[in-house]
Design a protein around this ligand. Structure first.
Ligand SMILES: *[C@@H]1O[C@H](CO)[C@@H](O)[C@H](O)[C@H]1NC(C)=O
Length: 189
């Protein structure tokens, strides 16, 4: 009984992520790493490098979101995987950006960056990042608003969102939330 439920749950998540969309299904390869499903564009010969906005759209088109890194553990798991699998010759867009605000947030979840660790690449950005943590604004090159993992060490940096890069999508919760929605019909006033 319990097993059936688990299998059912896995199926729901799977459908939720992969069959709501993408009717002219191209075969895509995803990996499962520490319980989360990821799509890494570099692993997929048909996925082109894209600017930030198109990468966001691409992830949505396969039922996923650009990746976010809320914890150190998740960050390390992904960067270690990319290093060990030899995928560190390129940059990858993440869901991180500071579009419309001076604060770095994960667009996929709406959460600010975790202040207990800092993966930003260079000293200047580290200072800026600290400044943000003190409630002030992030200083970076004008127009550099979108966060990518950078080759070869997979540290984070901000770039012009129109730059073309590989990207990583992830399966996010689309099953667990229960908003207590009110059932209605179109003819109801
Ligand atoms: C922030 O990162 C730490 C270390 O990985 C983690 O334990 C904590 O849960 C994270 N906080 C949030 C809000 O995700």
């Amino acid at each position: 009984m319990k097993n059936n439920f688990v299998i059912g749950l896995i199926n729901v998540i799977f459908y939720c992520a992969f069959f709501t969309n993408n009717s002219n299904a191209q075969r895509i390869t995803t990996i499962q790493l520490e319980g989360t499903q990821y799509f890494i564009s570099k692993m997929n010969p048909y996925a082109p490098a894209l600017n930030y906005y198109l990468a966001y759209q691409y992830c949505r088109s396969i039922g996923l979101q650009l990746v976010s890194f809320e914890t150190m553990e998740k960050t390390k798991a992904m960067s270690n995987y990319l290093k060990n699998a030899g995928y560190t010759t390129t940059d990858y867009w993440t869901a991180g950006n500071k579009l419309g605000t001076n604060m770095l947030i994960w667009m996929s979840t709406g959460l600010p960056f975790n202040s207990t660790f800092n993966m930003m690449r260079n000293q200047k950005q580290e200072r800026s990042f600290s400044a943000r943590l003190g409630g002030r604004s992030v200083e970076s090159a004008p127009g550099a608003n979108c966060v990518a993992l950078t080759k070869p060490l997979m540290e984070w940096d901000v770039f012009d969102c129109m730059a073309t890069k590989d990207f990583i999508c992830e399966q996010t919760r689309c099953y667990y939330y229960n908003y207590g929605a009110i059932p209605v019909t179109a003819s109801q006033g």
